[in-house]
Design a protein around this ligand. Structure first.
Ligand SMILES: C[S@@+](CC[C@H](N)C(=O)[O-])C[C@H]1O[C@@H](n2cnc3c(N)ncnc32)[C@H](O)[C@@H]1O
Length: 250
């Protein structure tokens, strides 16, 4: 997704970048590999992710800091390109975060970000999980990201940007195929407990979790499975994942 996003953004070489919500450094590393930056600063609220990103990004153009999107630890007009991947939906005050991004971008620079298309069922591997969960437990309908992150649509994102004073924005879909080596490979992260779907999974008693797993296995082996999925078998399974990417000149 980061590769497609950077190709779409088309930022010039030699720029100073911010990767807001850098996590383990996936976007930062892609910027370093493909966008010939002068520098990249990765900022994330999680000290653990920042430590991991530091330890795994061996490039003197990159540095990482712990910080909050709503109050960035950066000077005014200190980067040419601000980018943020799959973060904005987690920030409580999104307008404040967009204002902060505007503050730190130099005049003539770019502000850009992308979020999963949760409301448009754009995150295939997550939809399959929730569809199976809801088929067995209608109460699960309240928990899916589509209900929680309703602003992640072209209209919602444009309105959010307008609220932060950004009017000339471009919004575009970016799609990738997410592939898993087998159903077990797909299922295993749902058992780890972090995030809404794994959290729901962890909340189920063992028999209900087993029933959900079986239902999901049937579902992703049949309708909705992408090429490469073998019905009922242990072959790879794949889904389409779609994000909405937003960019604007500052
Ligand atoms: C889904 S991860 C995306 C990580 C990375 N950008 C990527 O594409 O792999 C979301 C990240 O946002 C960070 N985050 C959430 N709220 C934040 C905030 N208020 N300020 C800074 N980072 C935040 C999380 O710690 C997490 O690393």
């Amino acid at each position: 997704m980061a590769v497609r996003f950077l190709d779409w953004l088309g930022a010039p070489a030699g720029a100073d970048w911010l990767d807001l919500g850098c996590g383990t450094g996936a976007l930062t590393q892609t910027i370093l590999a493909r966008s010939s930056p002068r520098s990249v600063v990765g900022i994330d609220a999680s000290a653990g992710f920042v430590a991991h990103a530091r330890a795994t990004t061996a490039d003197e153009r990159a540095r990482f800091e712990v910080g909050d999107a709503q109050k960035l630890p950066l000077a005014d007009a200190s980067v040419d390109v601000a980018a943020s991947a799959l973060v904005l939906n987690f920030v409580p005050d999104r307008v404040a975060a967009l204002r902060e991004l505007q503050r730190v971008v130099r005049p003539g620079g770019f502000l850009s970000f992308y979020v999963w298309d949760y409301p448009g069922s754009g995150m295939g591997f997550m939809n399959a999980f929730w569809n199976a969960a809801i088929a067995l437990d209608p109460n699960a309908a309240e928990l899916g990201e589509g209900r929680r992150f309703t602003f992640c649509t072209p209209e919602g994102l444009t309105a959010l940007c307008a609220e932060a004073g950004l009017t000339a924005v471009t919004v575009a879909p970016i799609e990738i195929e997410t592939r898993f080596a087998s159903f077990e490979d797909y299922w295993q992260p749902f058992t780890l407990g972090a995030g809404p779907a794994p959290g729901y999974c962890a909340s189920l008693p063992e028999d209900k979790r087993a029933a959900l797993k079986e239902r999901l296995k049937q579902d992703v082996g049949g309708e909705g499975a992408r090429p490469g999925a073998r019905e009922g078998g242990d072959g790879p399974v794949g889904f389409i994942a779609r994000a909405w990417a937003v960019r604007t000149a500052c």
